[in-house]
Design a protein around this ligand. Structure first.
Ligand SMILES: C[S@@+](CC[C@H](N)C(=O)[O-])C[C@H]1O[C@@H](n2cnc3c(N)ncnc32)[C@H](O)[C@@H]1O
Length: 225
């Protein structure tokens, strides 16, 4: 059996999921817990209501439905490969959609970041690189690095495989099985650090425990060292 490089690349995937009312399922489930956790991570990094947040690969606003009421109106921006998915989240998951202007939801599958303000205070890509082939993650990191001066504190997650164990399937701490060549993807820390150097990002592993054994990283422009 062949597997797609990402479920999100399967033709018609978003249309079918939205038609079937599965906008929560296709971003990974654990809706409340994971949204709350992301907001708590950002709060712990210093995010307050007056700050501006960018949610890369925001999906159906699992974080957005918590962050929009927390932030001052208009201070949340999101990108995703599917704008329809974000719009569904805005329509059905926000108690007050007017706090989130529709033009803050930006379709962007190539990490080009069009239409964003020059200055954001916090940026998060949660559970996004976990679903992208390593070459696409490397590309995304390069694009993020180009904009990093204006992205504020940058957080992202990946699955890590110990050096030497990256070539086969691997059971992560809470049971999910990750793979080198199909989603959910893992990388070694060595590979990730090399990608960051190539991209021009300094990255730091954070100690937070995350669902499914993802590892949280903070990035800033520059070189790790
Ligand atoms: C596992 S979901 C996580 C969504 C969200 N960050 C959250 O925590 O709820 C992964 C998201 O990445 C988006 N995605 C996949 N490929 C993408 C790409 N090339 N560019 C932007 N977003 C992408 C998917 O549409 C999906 O919403």
């Amino acid at each position: 059996m062949t597997h797609p490089a990402s479920p999100y690349l399967v033709p018609g995937f978003y249309d079918r999921a939205l038609r079937d009312g599965r906008h929560r399922d296709i971003v990974g489930g654990r809706w409340d817990e994971t949204g709350r956790l992301q907001l708590a991570l950002l709060h712990a990094q210093g995010m307050r209501p007056h700050h501006r947040l960018l949610d890369i690969g925001a999906g159906s606003l699992r974080l957005g439905c918590k962050a929009v009421p927390f932030l001052d109106p208009g201070n949340y921006w999101a990108t995703d490969a599917s704008r329809a998915l974000m719009l569904r989240g805005r329509a059905v998951e926000l108690s007050d959609p007017d706090r989130l202007p529709e033009d803050h939801l930006i379709e962007d599958a190539d990490f080009g970041f069009p239409g964003l303000p020059d200055r954001l205070d916090f940026t998060i890509a949660f559970g996004v690189f976990t679903h992208l082939p390593p070459a696409v993650t490397a590309h995304a990191m390069t694009r993020i690095a180009h904009r990093a001066q204006g992205f504020g504190v940058i957080l992202f997650t990946v699955f890590i495989a110990p050096d030497g164990q990256e070539h086969a399937a691997l059971r992560q701490p809470d049971g999910v099985v990750t793979h080198p060549d199909r989603p959910p993807y893992h990388l070694t820390e060595t590979t990730l650090l090399a990608m960051a150097v190539d991209a021009g990002l300094a990255i730091t592993r954070l100690p937070d425990r995350l669902p499914r054994g993802q590892v949280l990283w903070r990035a800033a422009p520059g070189t790790t060292g």
